[in-house]
Design a protein around this ligand. Sequence first.
Ligand code: GLN
Length: 255
Amino acid sequence: MKKLMSMILVALLVLAMGSAAMAEEAWAGAVGKTYVVGTDTTFAPFEYENDEGVFTGIDIKIFDAVAAEMGFTIDWQILGFSASVTALEAGQVEAVMAGMSITEERMAKYDFADSYYGSATGVAVAKDSTAASLDDLKGKTVVAKTGTTGSQYAEEIAPAYELEVLYVESSSDMYTYIASGMADACFEDYPVVQYEIARGNVACKVINVSEASSPYGVATMKGTQPELVAAFNEGLKRLQENGTYDAILAEFFGE
Ligand code: GLN
């Protein structure tokens, strides 16, 4: 009986060690590698040039910290949102981290790592605009960033509000359109436009926030980067456990 018990114990131990080794294997292949990662140009506080001229942000700090924790490095490519996605599909970058929303449609094409944040879409108008709701935008011209969930939201409500939707490649171009009167409203992830308003960078106000909110994730082409996805997930978990994740968010959003 005793012998049987110890045999069962040994068997359990071997099984546990085996599954630990397998879990390790999932991300072990990422160790020592350099991954080329596409990101947006002006998407504060996730990626942007700060007042000191340093390109930084929540995305940059989280992925760099994950990489340091897990033993790989990142070669950041500051391309813009839709250019990053195009580069991913062309195999020029191995991943995109650009406040990219995990949507059902995108999940059909990309493998996303675990979500590290999330947001809804804000609709912003010039600070001195009299528009106070979507109804006030009826028949107006609005601007959105190519290929984003913000542009999707604009397209969704365009028929009902008779909106003409213009497209640009960067958030800063959207704000320029508003400032110059080329568009009456822009569609941007709510925390991003709020951050720019608070920084005094854009003279806008948010008049509407979409009901739907989506989680942000790192995207890779389906089936191509399982080690990177596993390494990100493991690294993120550790950063969340050891307080680094909270410290990075606090650095940009305040305590
Ligand atoms: N979260 C939005 C999206 O995924 C916007 C991302 C961005 O503009 N960088 O489409």
